[in-house]
Design a protein around this ligand. Sequence first.
Ligand code: DQA
Length: 150
Amino acid sequence: MKTALVLNGPNLNLLGTREPAIYGAQTLADVRALCESACAAHGLALDFRQSNHEGELIDWIHEAGRAQAAGTLAGVVLNAGAYTHTSVALHDAIKGAGVTLIELHISNVHAREAFRHHSYISPAARAVMAGFGVQGYALAIAGLAGLAGS
Ligand code: DQA
């Protein structure tokens, strides 16, 4: 069974209390449970992580590249939070690791402030999903399973 790695970046540990009008009332623990169900439905194991630190996310993407090359990983779903709009280093990590990665946003970033309209992740991502609320995580896992043929 292959694994889906779901990575969450800065401030996503605050889900449930953080700007609920934008991000909803569900907590990160709720999102993890939703991802568990989606992975189970698609024959994938789940590895679910969150970090507020750019370097830790980069290390995890490198690890994912090695795991995908070894045949144990289906790919990554990444909600990079605000690093989406700032991080050349994450862009380089995804390209350098050669990992299949789906960029995910809970909100529709294109309907929000102009500074959220540019993504450094998108040119390195296989697919992009935004605006489905936390349900987008389940949709992204389904998409990843389809890409991986599982
Ligand atoms: C986000 C959108 C980003 O602009 C923001 O900085 C986040 C969350 C989303 O899931 O909608 O932290 O990635």
